[in-house]
Design a protein around this ligand. Structure first.
Ligand code: CU
Length: 500
């Protein structure tokens, strides 16, 4: 039906047009060709002028109506130190091209009106005019020089790398199909080295775990924080195809290229909550963030700084979005402290770990700290059960009471604890699983407890403060049903008896 109506309309309009044409032909025959031409030209001229006015007023009105969509204006202010410099480049370019836009459009329509057809008027041809050539070469040249010089200056500022003595933090962004892996350097402030040959399912970016700099590196989950006012250098790389590291609010945008590391340095100057407060002033941000929930949070309350991939890198491209929250230095430090090292939580003692089976210096330090904290808690606790601590890293050669070499680290921590708390008296207890003869287990556990006590007395702890005792398999902490549980039962522990 609709199709039929459309066909009928087209036919009718064609008939009307043909009729109008016939009427015009007849009028020109009556009035004379010249007169009709003059009338038409006059009308066209006036209509050109009217169109010009409507068009230019429309341009001004729409520019005003959409001003809040403009970069660097209203709710789209930049949130980084260099951002306003780039925004001002755009503003100046808009200013000059705006002037040219208005002048050329006025001239275009004004000339169409002024030089409309008139009887007896002849066209004048200007083949060459030096003065005109000079003017329209010189003006754009001066304006372009101004814009290009400013652009170069901005480029040099924005692309400048950090100086060696500068205070900054470096993070790394690796683009892959389809997410960003963001790596922070950990407490040492240095990122560990990488090698694409080391990429595995667990080690997604190919970190080289022989490099101690990488051991404390962290790869936070969804939540990424940055401290306000601190210079950030982002190392940008890609694993598979071309990606683009884009933080629009910070005016940061750089290609992530496989095999060719790039970088971007920027300083966030507004925290997420400061930016939200600025957005609050605008009515378009005071509407519900979710139209389906009119009483829910407003758009400004849900605002976040987004990291996007600005390169069409495949069908999951859109899912590369991440959120960066900019917070105060204190809040950042608090969050950063809680982040766990990727190596120690995901890789340590797995097959990918080149240090499997070795005790690392840094671990010795970490364990010493944890040990002294747990002894302190046990000493201060009123709960009798909390007074027993397992020496997790004290081990013996199979079937013997000889301590393994690595046991010394934890035993040294125990020596330190006994020295720190001089009144501490402890029972050193050996336990086994239920494999083998119970009598033999009892003897072995007693010998093991004794060899721990000997280690301590050799280092100056009086024997009177130590009560070594073997319990054999009589005090299991788990059922002896699996190898894992049996390993739990084979243990050396100590109990604080008194700390008068
Ligand atoms: Cu991408």
């Amino acid at each position: 039906m609709t199709g039929l109506i459309i066909i009928l309309c087209v036919i009718l309009i064609s008939i009307v047009l043909v009729q109008i044409g016939k009427v015009m032909e007849l009028t020109s025959q009556i009035k004379g060709e010249q007169e009709v031409l003059r009338d038409n030209s006059k009308w066209n001229g006036w209509l050109s002028l009217a169109f010009m006015v409507v068009f230019l007023v429309g341009v001004v009105v729409s520019a005003w109506a959409y001003r809040n969509e403009m970069m660097g204006y209203g709710p789209h202010q930049s949130a980084s130190e260099h951002g306003s410099k780039l925004d001002s480049l755009f503003a100046w370019t808009l200013f000059f091209t705006g002037i040219v836009f208005v002048i050329t459009h006025i001239m275009l329509f004004w000339f169409a009106y002024k030089y409309r057809w008139q009887a007896g008027r002849k066209s004048q041809f200007v083949s060459h005019d030096n003065r005109l050539e000079m003017i329209w070469t010189a003006i754009p040249a001066v304006v372009m020089t101004f814009l290009v010089v400013r652009g170069l200056d901005a480029w040099n500022t924005v692309m400048a790398d950090v100086k060696p003595d500068e205070d900054y933090m470096e993070i790394e962004a690796t683009g892959q199909q389809f997410n960003w892996v963001i790596r922070y350097p950990g407490p040492d402030g240095k990122l560990g080295t990488k090698n694409y040959k080391l990429v595995t399912a667990n080690n997604q970016i190919g970190m080289d775990f022989n490099d101690p700099k990488g051991w404390d590196d962290v790869m936070p989950g969804q939540e990424l924080l940055l401290p306000v006012g601190k210079k950030v250098r982002v190392r940008i790389t890609a694993k598979d195809v071309l990606h683009n590291f884009f933080l629009p609010h910070f005016r940061v945008k750089m290609d992530a290229i496989p095999g060719l590391p790039t970088y971007f340095v920027f300083t966030p100057i507004k925290t997420t909550s400061e930016y939200r407060n600025e957005l609050r002033k605008y009515p378009e941000y005071n509407v519900p963030a979710d139209p389906a929930d009119p009483t829910g949070p407003k758009r400004w309350e849900k605002f976040e700084y987004e990291l996007a991939c600005a390169e069409l890198c495949g069908k999951g491209h859109y899912s590369m979005k991440r959120i960066f929250r900019v917070v105060s230095q204190e809040e950042f430090d608090e969050w950063y402290k809680k982040q766990e090292s990727f190596y120690f939580t995901q890789i340590r003692d797995k097959d990918e770990d080149p240090n499997k089976g070795k005790t690392l210096d840094v671990e010795v330090g970490m364990r010493a700290k944890a040990f002294s904290e747990s002894v302190k808690t046990a000493v201060e606790s009123a709960d009798a059960n909390a007074k027993t601590l397992v020496l997790k890293h004290v081990n013996f050669e199979t079937g013997s009471s000889a301590l393994t070499a690595d046991s010394r680290y934890e035993l040294d921590n125990l020596v330190t604890a006994m020295t720190t708390y001089p009144s501490l008296v402890i029972e050193v207890a050996g336990h086994t699983d239920n494999v083998g003869d119970p009598a033999a287990n009892l003897t072995l556990s007693g010998q093991r407890a004794a060899s721990v006590a000997k280690y301590l007395t050799d280092r100056g702890i009086p024997a009177s403060r130590l009560r070594p005792r073997g319990y054999g398999d009589t005090k299991p902490v788990a059922e002896n049903d699996t190898e894992e549980n049996r390993a739990k039962n084979r243990r050396t522990e100590f109990t604080i008896l008194t700390s008068i």
